[in-house]
Write a protein that binds this ligand. Structure first.
Ligand SMILES: NC(=O)c1ccc[n+]([C@@H]2O[C@H](COP(=O)([O-])OP(=O)(O)OC[C@H]3O[C@@H](n4cnc5c(N)ncnc54)[C@H](OP(=O)(O)O)[C@@H]3O)[C@@H](O)[C@H]2O)c1
Ligand SMILES: *[C@@H]1O[C@H](CO)[C@@H](O)[C@H](O)[C@H]1NC(C)=O
Ligand SMILES: *[C@@H]1O[C@H](CO)[C@@H](O)[C@H](O)[C@H]1NC(C)=O
Length: 341
């Protein structure tokens, strides 16, 4: 079992980040660039899209599971930024429906260029529920997100080569990865099968575990597609956290006491989604450095990967889990992992 960070150490880290680190408003130009933001009808994704429009992106694609919500968001973005109508597009994408993910990727093939992708869509819930024959948090936050990332890699590469630039793919993870228990992925046997058992599922840890497994996957993908050192045309891949932000991520009903406690924490510590959105944009900025490739970013800089990643056990688990994930992805979309070899 990989040792996760102790709770006091985690608390100190989070408090320091939330209270003392500032996230500057991005100012770099995204002129001529096409950027996709998933889950951008609300929350952090919407605010990231607003920054991108403000920074002059040529095209910002709102990838949303409900297009009517996407159009409402687009209207609001247009009104607040005074951008021209053709800058914002709304495309359907449901990460819990892999046919939808594949159709979305197919549509991306038709784009002139793709400069950056912010894989932001994600869920947090205490309810055990299955989609695509998998527990939903794992299906959406890990498998769906990575499937989409791999399917978009060819277009990102093509754009990098054509323009001699670095294109960027960022996955929105979470600080919670530092304290993930990841009990189901331990020991022998299939991690996916164990994560799929409803009986005894540690749902209070499932979100954190999903973000740790996502980080493992991102690190493996980055390793298998490392740009040549100093290369001007390549795809940079990272996993980032916006820190604790006031959004509607937690949508379950809570008891009065828990709700009050959560509200209290949020008021004291959480960033606004506008501030969190800055960090999302920073993770795909056009002048992103090579040192971010395969790294975990927090407060707009390369952060400690954490003991669940750096320890010997963590390294083993990363390897075992990625192998299983890639097998699963090959079942869903044959040939999808061949972009890595
Ligand atoms: N808020 C925080 O404190 C915090 C901290 C660390 C990391 N994060 C991460 O930041 C990301 C954004 O979260 P948020 O706080 O902005 O939460 P949010 O307000 O709940 O937004 C989540 C977005 O993801 C979309 N989404 C959910 N399931 C989807 C699916 N199956 N297919 C496509 N889109 C889907 C949602 O669409 P609908 O509106 O249609 O449901 C919504 O647009 C998540 O990955 C989250 O884990 C958040
Ligand atoms: C954007 O494209 C125009 C026309 O091709 C070009 O003149 C300009 O230099 C480009 N701007 C950037 C920042 O790449
Ligand atoms: C975390 O791991 C990545 C990839 O191996 C590495 O590039 C990065 O420097 C590591 N972070 C730290 C703080 O060591």
């Amino acid at each position: 079992m990989p040792p996760s960070m102790s709770f006091p150490a985690f608390l100190a880290l989070v408090l320091c980040s939330q209270l003392f680190r500032s996230i500057p408003t991005p100012t770099i130009s995204f002129a001529n660039q096409t950027v996709i933001v998933t889950g951008s009808n609300t929350g952090l994704g919407l605010e990231a899209a607003r920054h991108l429009v403000r920074l002059g992106a040529a095209k910002v694609i709102l990838a949303v599971r409900t297009v009517s919500k996407g159009y409402a968001a687009a209207e609001e973005l247009l009104a607040s930024t005074k951008a021209t109508k053709d800058v914002i597009e709304v495309w359907q994408l449901d990460l819990s429906d892999y046919a939808s993910v594949k159709a979305f990727a197919k549509r991306v093939e038709g784009l002139q260029r793709l400069d950056a992708v912010i894989q932001n869509a994600g869920i947090m819930t205490l309810q055990f529920k299955k989609v695509e024959a998998m527990e939903s948090i794992i299906a959406v936050n890990v498998v769906g997100a990575v499937l989409l990332g791999l399917l978009l890699l060819p277009k990102l590469r093509e754009t990098a080569e054509r323009f001699g630039t670095r294109t960027r793919l960022s996955f929105v993870g979470s600080d919670m990865q530092y304290v993930a228990q990841c009990r189901e992925a331990q020991g022998e046997g299939s991690a996916f099968e164990k994560l799929n058992e409803e009986k005894g599922a540690a749902m209070d840890d499932r979100y954190a575990t999903s973000k740790l497994l996502l980080l493992y996957a991102v690190r493996s993908i980055a390793l298998l597609s490392s740009p040549q050192s100093g290369s001007k045309s390549s795809v940079l891949i990272n996993c980032m956290t916006p820190g604790l932000c006031k959004s509607s991520l937690f949508r379950d009903d809570l008891s009065f006491i828990l709700r009050t406690l959560q509200g209290f924490m949020m008021t004291l510590l959480a960033r606004s989604t506008e501030v969190g959105g800055r960090a999302l944009v920073d993770a795909v900025r056009p002048d992103l450095g090579e040192e971010t490739h395969g790294a975990f970013l927090m407060d707009c800089r390369v952060a400690d990967n954490g003991t669940s990643v750096d320890s010997v056990e963590g390294k083993k688990l990363q390897e075992r889990f990625t192998k299983e994930l890639f097998e699963r992805l090959e079942e869903i979309s044959p040939g999808v992992t061949s972009v890595l070899h």
